[in-house]
Design a protein. Structure first.
Length: 284
């Protein structure tokens, strides 16, 4: 990446980052859910192009179907299924790990891909459900969502700089030539450090800190899978970016691809840790 592009990306990040942070901390869950839904509208538009839906009318229908799905899932009679649906999304991303490990060739695609269009519901709706549920989980919910964002950001930033400094062996040259194994290790180490520091700050016992650190590392790893999966979808269409909405960053999906995979798993992990070792009730 050139110095000018890095500066452009940094400036955009500095200007944009305070907006989600303020929304997470200041908005109630219903308003946050609405804001996230608004973000998903352009993201869904981008996904529709990435899966080969070229007709404007059908792309609008696809966007409308995602919005309708969000509205239905917000209804009280559907909201009880949020954890189960979040689990389905997390299982999907675990299956993507296996798929990417077995990937050896990249097949170019033309025309609509119904399978990926259906997958879009998990990719887009899954993280929305996870974040909304986590935000409303307890009084600590907004801070947990903020920690999730911080975790993904730290892993991404450290992966970039450790990859540039020590990266030699490519992680997935077929999908993302810029990613290196050293970058992956640096990102995972950063995520682990986040878990240790937050666990210590919360006053958790050593065993709970260990579990939280493990969750952070796994979350960082699955966030990389989300990035690689979006790269796979784009490369099959010979696309460099999902869109051009954010200067230096590409489209909305280019910025949230890691979060789409990380959010379901992190939310389920937090729910499990709190129910088994009480990380929220036992903290300082």
């Amino acid at each position: 990446m050139s110095a000018s592009k890095l500066q452009q990306r940094t400036l955009t990040a500095v200007l944009v980052a305070p907006i989600p942070v303020a929304a997470i901390l200041l908005l109630s869950t219903p308003y946050l859910a609405g804001c996230l839904g608004l973000i998903l509208v352009p993201a869904t538009w981008e996904w529709s192009a990435m899966v080969g839906i070229s007709a404007r009318t059908w792309r609008l229908v696809y966007v409308a179907s995602i919005v309708l799905c969000l509205l239905l899932l917000w209804q009280p009679e559907w909201r009880q299924w949020s954890v189960s649906l979040t689990m389905v999304a997390a299982i999907f991303w675990c299956m993507v790990v296996i798929f990417l490990l077995q990937l050896r060739t990249l097949e170019r695609k033309s025309g609509p891909d119904p399978m990926l269009a259906a997958v879009g519901f998990l990719v887009l709706v899954g993280p929305w459900l996870a974040i909304v549920h986590l935000h409303a989980y307890s009084s600590a919910g907004p801070y947990l969502v903020l920690f999730l964002l911080l975790l993904v950001w730290v892993a991404d930033i450290l992966a970039y700089f450790t990859g540039r400094r020590w990266g030699r062996a490519k992680l997935a040259p077929l999908l993302s030539p810029g990613k290196t194994r050293a970058g992956l290790y640096g990102g995972l180490a950063g995520a682990g450090l986040c878990g240790v520091l937050v666990g210590w700050w919360m006053g958790l016992p050593p065993a709970s800190v260990l579990w939280l650190t493990l969750l952070c590392v796994v979350t960082a790893f699955i966030s990389v899978i989300g990035d690689l999966f979006e790269s796979l979808v784009k490369r099959r269409r010979d696309l460099k970016d999902s869109g051009q909405l954010l200067p230096g960053h590409g489209g909305i999906l280019d910025r949230i691809d890691s979060l789409t995979a990380a959010a379901p798993l992190f939310t389920l992990g937090i729910l499990w840790l709190d129910s088994t070792v009480g990380i929220l009730s036992n903290g300082g």
